[in-house]
Design a protein around this ligand. Structure first.
Ligand code: SF4
Length: 190
């Protein structure tokens, strides 16, 4: 099973065809039975990778209590993480997956400002063009552009409240198990 590469890169940065598939990354709704089977298979593969990942608890903690990232993270969907926040009474601002994981498949971090600068320099080119220039996926480009739009919009808004007290790992794992119906293996949760 792929959990991390030899260089310690997490499985989600290696299995990009799984984690960055629109059914997982964008929570797209499958419209046919075949697509539903595909989403189920992708979710199972990503869940398997996350549950075996040495960064699982840190990743879950960050994705629930510190960053509101999109996509499938730490064996949870964004909707499940929202449920966990309600249970734990935490509130966080939107962020992006690359900032959370800190790497992409190539091992090079992509900055939102680089994506925005390239977009401005080449307004008539496709997003694929920008992805190729940066050596990242199309979905990574889209995420950064969404992040830039959100940041621009939030400049005029009041900053969202963050809970002063963050839940401990025990409560976090209890919330994870309650929302997902999965149990952490004893040796992993210890
Ligand atoms: S637990 Fe987090 S870091 Fe590990 S594979 Fe899953 S999403 Fe990636």
């Amino acid at each position: 099973m792929t959990s991390t590469s030899d260089s310690g890169v997490p499985a989600c940065a290696v299995l990009t065809h799984v984690f960055q598939h629109p059914f997982l990354e964008e929570d797209s709704t499958p419209s046919t039975a075949e697509q539903r089977r595909l989403r189920t298979a992708l979710t199972a593969r990503a869940t398997e990778a996350c549950m075996a990942c040495p960064y699982f608890e840190d990743c879950l903690d960050l994705a629930v209590t510190k960053h509101d990232v999109s996509g499938f993270v730490a064996a949870t969907t964004s909707r499940q993480r929202a449920q966990m926040r309600n249970m734990l009474r935490v509130e966080v601002t939107a962020d992006d997956m690359d900032a959370l994981i800190g790497v992409i498949a190539s091992g090079r971090q992509i900055a939102t400002r680089d994506v925005v600068a390239l977009r401005r320099a080449h307004p008539d080119e496709s997003l694929d063009f920008i992805a190729q220039r940066l050596g990242c996926s199309l979905s990574t480009v889209k995420r950064h552009l969404r992040r830039a739009r959100a940041a621009a919009a939030s400049e005029t808004e009041t900053p969202r409240r963050r809970t002063p007290e963050e839940p401990d790992r025990g409560r976090l794992i209890t919330a994870f198990e309650s929302v997902t119906g999965m149990r952490r293996r004893a040796e992993a949760a210890a």
